[in-house]
Design a protein around this ligand. Sequence first.
Ligand code: CP
Length: 336
Amino acid sequence: MKAKRNFITTEDWSKDELDSLLNLALSLKKVPYNEHLKKKSLFMVFFNPSLRTRSSFEMAMFQCGGSAVNLSVGQDTWKLEHKLGTVMDGASSEHIKDASKVLSRYGDAIAVRCFPGMTDWEEDAKDSVIRGFAENATVPVINMESSLYHPCQGLADMMTIKENIGEPKKKKFVLTWCYHPKPLPMSVPNSAALISSTFGMDVKIVCPEGYELSHDVIKTIKNNCARENSDFELVHELDKGVEDADIVYAKSWGSLEHYGNWEYENKIREKLKDWKITKDVMKRTNNAKFMHCLPVRRNVVVDDDVIDSDVSVVYDQAENRLHAQKALLTSILGDA
Ligand code: CP
């Protein structure tokens, strides 16, 4: 039996290990069906909705000969509590401590999606739900997007970058904030910037003032860039920021400066509607590819004539979730 190996953030895995996963993903992409996960089972615990993550994990298990069980928390399961030591006299009937130990007795791995509460940054920064599952499960735990990270999206993103622009080292990865009517979590931008820095890309984060990623994540990105001899830059102007980009990765996220104070933050965000990826923005780049994890608000985050154009690789990203997750599951559970 393989030793328990979690996948909470790509930072827990070395660059060589991630590279091996991506190479395996590329080879699995050529032959969709195999039996690497025969007699293996995956529990997928969803605290939040999903289209891509749920479908691609379920198909990955099926196409590799295993099976997946979907559980929507509070609908298919009891409402789950995650805080330790809580007197559970409220809405939640079961603790994740018990749920993770029980599911570990039935299946071979547990995957969890748990978005942040978006009211208290100190609380969200603990990533307690995914960490609670990882600590208590006796089988591997996979992060299907938590408060802080979306590592499976990050894997698929790097696979897509390699397929579309070749060797990533020293290529220019621009992560740009875009306007969105709601404040969103930082998990996708964190994981996209982290894996790009791990693979030696020059990383530029372009965002309005007050919308910087967290200090801890920036510190890790800078350390990765220093190790890889690549550059890190923070720019507060969209037009200037995308110059020379090989990749434009668009995403919105809420301001850390006003975290939880969204009524006030909304007044600032409403003035930032011109932070949108248009044809003119893309013209300023080095013939960059356009990336977004989806779902996306068309003509708010990105114009139709960009996302529907030849430079857009958003459906490759979505497809590569399937192949990258097959590689991950095979590496953690399988026989390849
Ligand atoms: N990109 C992504 O994780 O999509 P879903 O939220 O639909 O799973």
